[in-house]
Structure formats: structure tokens, C-alpha cells
Design a protein around this ligand. Structure first.
Ligand SMILES: C[S@@+](CC[C@H](N)C(=O)[O-])C[C@H]1O[C@@H](n2cnc3c(N)ncnc32)[C@H](O)[C@@H]1O
Length: 265
């Protein structure tokens, strides 16, 4: 049967997120710190596309992991971010970087009122938006040159995908770049793709931590129905290295980009 990718995106958004906003914010902070410690091919790619004349819109800016480096090169950056905690962090980071070309708009993208910009970047801020088509069409309406989406790309042969298939009868456990690419294609957007070469592999210090991670990803914290299946699969597929449990899973990101066509707006 043919997959309706927009519908799949919607279903996976509505099935998550698995944890509270405060826990997500805490995890995002750790993730952002780790990301800042290594080169970012996707960000570098975008930086090569902009200069001192370019205006940039950063949708779901968070604490500014992309906003700050973009503003160091661009003419101006408008950062749209709904969370007040993130906006506070963003303001702190902007003043430490001594930048005066960033305007912050506290709003969700769906409700944001902004001017058109040359380039729009939306990095990992679409996972809670069920209507991907509207989200993306709005990005197109406010972009004169290029739209960029950075989205997580899980590995094909991962444990979570295997378990998700066994439990939910679908390989994808959460919104990701494969679903987004196909969903965009289904509405006539032919995106270019850049996949980062580094994969950030998950490791856990104990088997129980790995088990908890699997349950969290599969949104099964309050159910024991699949515990045996999860434990057996982990025992079979995790490898032990330097006393750590190493997953074949992990994350890399993909950048999807395209020029909005006038007829789509
Ligand atoms: C995982 S963080 C990513 C932040 C930053 N773009 C990065 O890649 O480091 C996701 C951010 O998107 C924001 N966000 C979530 N839903 C959003 C929406 N509908 N519109 C705009 N921002 C959103 C969240 O508040 C959060 O700060």
C-alpha cells in the first residue's frame, strides 16, 4: 500500500513527544553543547550561501546555535522562538556574542508575523508541528531565495526502527528527514539533500539505561507489554566497548533545501 507521508508525519507528531517540555529542554541543552563541540557540515554549507547583504529568518531558534553564527555573516537575522526559557537563553547568548543585528520574535512559527527574508533556516523545530505542508508553505511565503530544513536522519538498521516495526508495524518511530523528504515531494517540492557524514552514536553505561532509552524512544514508559521483546533485542544487538553499551543507532542530520517557486505561494 502506498504511504501517505504527510499523514505519517502527522501521526508521529501526535504520538509524541515522549517527555515533558522541561526534560526536552534539558536534553536539548546537552545536545546543543555536544553539537557545538564538533564541526557542523550543514551549518557550514548554509554559511557559504550568505554574505553581508543576506537577510535570514531562523525558525525555532532555540538558544541560538544557528542564529549566532548566521548573524556573524548575514546582514540581519530574525529569530522566531516560542519558548520563553529559550528566548532568555537566546538573549543571553546574543549579548555574549556582542551582536546587534538579531531581532527576536517570541512566537510559534504558525502564529509568527514576520517580513519576508532572503533565506529561511528551520533546524529541528518542526517535530511538534503536525501539519508539515502548512508549516513549509508558510516558510516559502516568507522566503525570497532559499528554504533550508535541518532534520534528524536515523540509521536504517537501528534497534529502535526494528522494535518500532515489531511493535507499531512501522519502521519510523518519530518524524524524520525521510518522511519529510517524501512529504515535500508529495506536495511538489523537489528538495536537494545534504547528509552529514558524522554519526553521533548513542552509548549507555548500563544495560538498564539502554533499556530505559529504548522505552522512552518507543513511548512505552508506562507499559510493560513489550519489555521482554525490548530486552531480548537489546541483548542481541548492543555491543560492549570500554564497559559501555554501544548502539548501532545514533543520529545524524540531513539538510533539505530548495528555492520556493512563485506558484506555490
Ligand atoms: C531542538 S530545538 C532546536 C533549536 C535550534 N534550531 C537548533 O537546531 O539548535 C527546537 C526548538 O524549536 C522550537 N519550536 C518547537 N515548535 C516550534 C514551532 N511550531 N514554531 C517555532 N519554533 C518551535 C522549540 O521551542 C525549541 O526551541
Amino acid at each position: 500500500m502506498e504511504t501517505d507521508w504527510l499523514k505519517l508525519w502527522r501521526e508521529l507528531v501526535l504520538a509524541g513527544p515522549p517527555t515533558s517540555n522541561s526534560e526536552l529542554a534539558k536534553r536539548y541543552k546537552v545536545h546543543a553543547r555536544k553539537r557545538n563541540e564538533r564541526p557542523d557540515q550543514l551549518l557550514d554549507f548554509i554559511l557559504r550561501e550568505i554574505d553581508g547583504e543576506t537577510t535570514v529568518l531562523d525558525v525555532g531558534a532555540g538558544s541560538g546555535r544557528w542564529t549566532i553564527p548566521l548573524a556573524k555573516v548575514a546582514k540581519t537575522v530574525t529569530a522566531v522562538e516560542p519558548s520563553s526559557a529559550m528566548v532568555d537563553n537566546l538573549h543571553r547568548n546574543i549579548s555574549s556574542a556582542k551582536l546587534n543585528n538579531i531581532q527576536v520574535t517570541q512566537s510559534s512559527w504558525e502564529d509568527a508575523i514576520v517580513e519576508p527574508h532572503n533565506i529561511t533556516v528551520c533546524a529541528h523545530a518542526m517535530y511538534a508541528s503536525p501539519d508539515l505542508a502548512s508549516f513549509v508553505r508558510k516558510i516559502e511565503r516568507y522566503t525570497t531565495r532559499t528554504c533550508f530544513l535541518a532534520i534528524r536522519l536515523p540509521p536504517f538498521g537501528g534497534i529502535i526502527g526494528e522494535l518500532s516495526l515489531g511493535i507499531y508495524e512501522r519502521h519510523h518511530d518519530s518524524p524524520n528527514a525521510i518522511i519529510a523528504y517524501n512529504a515535500l515531494y508529495s506536495i511538489g517540492i523537489y528538495a536537494n539533500v545534504l547528509v552529514e557524514s558524522d554519526i553521533y552514536r548513542w552509548t549507555d553505561n548500563t544495560f538498564e539505561e539502554a533499556f530505559a532509552r529504548a522505552k522512552r524512544h518507543l513511548r512505552l514508559q508506562s507499559s510493560t507489554t513489550y519489555d521482554t521483546l525490548i530486552r531480548d533485542t537489546l541483548a542481541k544487538r548492543l555491543s560492549l566497548s570500554d564497559n559501555c553499551y554501544v548502539w548501532p543507532d545514533g543520529m545524524r542530520s540531513a539538510l533539505l533545501w530548495w528555492s520556493p517557486s512563485p506558484i506555490s505561494s
